[in-house]
Design a protein around this ligand. Structure first.
Ligand code: RB5
Length: 156
């Protein structure tokens, strides 16, 4: 499993902690920025993660800003992305089991580091349950198509 990560300046510190965790767990990842604490616009780096996951280049993504709100909004504009903003492990578990979320959004100013790493662990290791939940995801896919951008394939 290869994981793509991105943050703005507001999520930069937490991204560093998560990179350390992934390294420690010997998980494959790619840091798509930002690479310092300079103020940046969260859509820029976040979009790289969303497009990479949508294209199948990465199995999952993790995006971080101060609140997690902006980055989750950006990701969910990309067809095929189901980004879940989580501030607890219960939501992270259900985001995977029921929603097959492929991107986790976190808010550095919302969750402490210990909780954030537990959320990441649950998100990365909980499988999708399928069954009746797939039918509901298919309906999300139909909504994407209805609004005209459901089958676009991204290349970077
Ligand atoms: C940056 O100041 C902040 O707006 C951003 O990190 C994020 O929280 C936006 O949703």
């Amino acid at each position: 499993m290869k994981i793509a990560l991105a943050s703005d300046h507001g999520g930069f510190n937490l991204k560093g902690m998560i990179l350390d965790y992934l390294e420690h767990e010997s998980l494959l990842y790619e840091d798509l920025g930002s690479y310092d604490r300079e103020k940046v616009d969260y859509p820029d780096f976040t979009l790289k993660v969303a497009e990479g996951v949508a294209a199948g280049e990465y199995e999952k993504g993790i995006v971080i800003c101060s609140t997690g709100l902006g980055v989750s909004m950006v990701c969910n504009k990309v067809p095929g992305i189901r980004a879940a903003l989580c501030a607890d492990c219960f939501s992270a578990r259900y985001a995977r089991e029921h929603n097959d979320a492929n991107i986790l959004a976190l808010g550095e100013r919302v969750v402490g580091t210990g909780l954030a790493l537990s959320i990441v662990e649950v998100f990365l290791h909980t499988p999708f349950q399928g069954g009746r939940h797939q039918r509901r995801l298919d309906k999300i896919g139909a909504i994407e198509k209805k609004y005209g951008n459901g089958i676009e394939i991204f290349s970077r």
